[in-house]
Structure formats: structure tokens, C-alpha cells
Design a protein around this ligand. Sequence first.
Ligand code: NAP
Ligand code: G4F
Length: 322
Amino acid sequence: MPTALITGITGQDGSYLADFLLSKDYTVIGMVRRSSTVTFERIKHIQDEITIIQGDLHDQSSLVDVMEEYRPEEVYNLAAQSFVPTSWNQPVLTGEVTALGVTRLLEAIRHVNPKTRFYQASSSEMFGKVREVPQRETTPFYPRSPYGVAKVYAHWITVNYRESYDLFSVSGILFNHESPRRGLEFVTRKITNGVARIKLGLTKELHLGNLEAQRDWGFAGDYVEGMWLMLQQEQPRDYVLGTGQTHAVREFCEAAFGYVGLDYRDYVIQDPRFYRPAEVDLLVADPSKAKRELNWIPKFSFTELVQLMVDADLKLVAKDIS
Ligand code: NAP
Ligand code: G4F
């Protein structure tokens, strides 16, 4: 069975992709960066089934070494500085990792084994101040954050290496996808964890930013299958993955609080500290190409996603206080 290298395996998507590839009998190599404490929370259930190696998108030689040692047939580049607000505080680091890191990895592939299939984790943030609704593969980009700008570079270098060197390199333009493994700083998880803490009496307030922003939210487990499907095609092509439905942050609050019998208006406080210098107001995907060519259809509805996340956070918070 093939070997796959996942960068960013300790993140939300990396952990679901590792689960998925193991279920298909892949040999999974996970690249992790060195830190003073381990960040294996999301992969501890599969730690014995995968090979963990150290490497960093900042460091060219570590990428060449891993390609030479494991010679993976597929590389999924999920590593990034992925939190949009941090990209205004650390724009250079964001560019180094999220943009130039992709060139470093492509160079490693090109020199060690140009037959390797490469997936780049591109983002609907590239559409930013959207030029058309819904957004599809041909919609022009207008990024609104240093993160979005870095992802546009990463997208085009992936396309460019395909066209320049004939690499099988594809860019998956994914709309927001969430899960109980989502980082606590992202708005969906912040809300569902806040709901659980309020319901269980640990706090009385939840401070949020812009409640009117609209996102196309799906379940992360559905999206990692789409990544894999892109690398199984005969031709390397770029695809948008999303649900085709959009909801405001306010609606997410309404659904999450409502699920446990609370009214979000009694607890949510709009706090300017969480506003962004430039906002992405509306994202909604046209995933018809993925449906047509990959037969990819997300299985989770918005309501099921909200309930899955609230239930998981209720369990987690209850365990923490017991
Ligand atoms: P995430 O949970 O923030 O995970 C990011 C991963 O990147 C972590 O494993 C992190 O390692 C790793 N990383 C960060 N800097 C690194 C470096 N210099 N070298 C090596 N690894 C590094 O993100 P996610 O939600 O799983 O998203 C996965 C990818 O998809 C990202 O590229 C993100 O930008 C993109 N994306 C996500 C969404 C979404 O809605 N989730 C949508 C579109 C695109 P540590 O654990 O050590 O921090
Ligand atoms: O959950 P968010 O931080 O996700 P955002 O910025 O859409 O980015 C995520 O999705 C992208 C795909 O489109 C990925 F590429 C990226 O890596 C990341 O996974 O914020 C969603 C919306 C924003 O409009 C934000 O202004 O929620 C709004 N929001 C309102 N209050 C908040 C808050 N966001 C956060 N993080 N925290 C708040 O308190």
C-alpha cells in the first residue's frame, strides 16, 4: 500500500486525514515541528500506527531528508500558520510558513522524486472580498489578510510547479470545516466550548467579534476524503470543497445555545477586541466541480455539525470539572 506524508498532522485536518488514510491501509508518516511540549492531543489514539518524524516548513534540509528517507507516493501539505488574526500580528512568519514553506516542499519533491503527488491546503480566504457569489475555481482572488495573501502565493506556486515541471500538484480550495478537534480560538469551537462552560455553570459570558460574518461551514471529516480523492484522479486539477450553504456567526450562536435550551442574546457580548482590520463578509462555495468529477458530497448538515460540536464540548468540560 502507498506511503503518505502529512505535514500538519497534529492539527485538526492532519489528524482526520491520518485516520482516513489508515483506514485505507496507507503507511502514514507525520511531520511535526520541534516544540518544548508535545502537541499530540489529536493523534494520541493513532500514535502507535503512524511514524512521526521531525521537520519544519522553515527548514529546507528537513524536507529533503524526509522525502529521501520515506519516498512517499503522496504528500499532503496541511501545515500552516492557519489562524487569520495572528497573520496581522506575525505577517512575516505567516509568509515564511504558509507561502514560502510550500515552495520549499515543492522543491524537495522536484529534486527527490518528481513523481510524488502533492496536495496543497488552499483556502476560501483567498476569495476574501468576493468578486462573485457563490465562489468557484475560476472566481478571482481578493485576499483580505496576510494569511489570505500567503495562501494565494501558495496556490499559484502549486499551479506553477504543475505547469513548469509537470508535477502532479493540486490545490484544494477548502471552505471552513470544523469539528470537535477544531482549535479553541476559531469561532465555531469558541462558541461550542463557551456554550458548554455556560451550561455547566463555569462562566456567564462569551465575548465574540463580528456576528454578521457569513461562512460556509462543513464537517472536517468529510473534507479530508475530498483531499484524498483529488490525488486519485488521472489529471491534476484544482477543486473547491464546501457545502454551498452559508450562515452568519449569529446563526451559529443561535443554534448552539438553542440546542441546550439557552438564548444566546443573554450571554454573548460583542467585543471590539475580536474585530479584524479587514473582514471577509461572505463566503459560500459552488462545489459542483467536485461533485461532478470527484463524486464528493459533504454528509454533515449545519445543524448536525453544531450539535456534534456542542455534545463533544459538554462531555469534555464535564470531564474537566469532575
Ligand atoms: P491547524 O489545526 O491550525 O493545524 C496546522 C498544523 O500546521 C499544525 O499541525 C501545526 O503544528 C502545523 N505547523 C504550523 N507551523 C508549522 C511549521 N513551521 N512547520 C511544520 N508544521 C507547522 O489547521 P487545520 O484547520 O487543520 O488546517 C489545515 C490546513 O488547511 C492549513 O494549511 C489551513 O491553513 C488550511 N485550511 C483550513 C481550513 C479549515 O477550515 N480548517 C480551510 C481552508 C484551508 P503544531 O501542532 O506544532 O502547531
Ligand atoms: O473561525 P474563524 O477564525 O475562521 P476564518 O477566519 O474564516 O478562517 C478559517 O477558515 C479559513 C477558510 O475560509 C481557513 F483558511 C483558515 O485557516 C481558518 O481555518 O472566523 C470566522 C468568522 C470571521 O469572520 C470572524 O471575524 O468569525 C468571525 N468571528 C466573530 N467573533 C470570530 C469571533 N472569529 C474568531 N476567531 N473569534 C471570535 O471571537
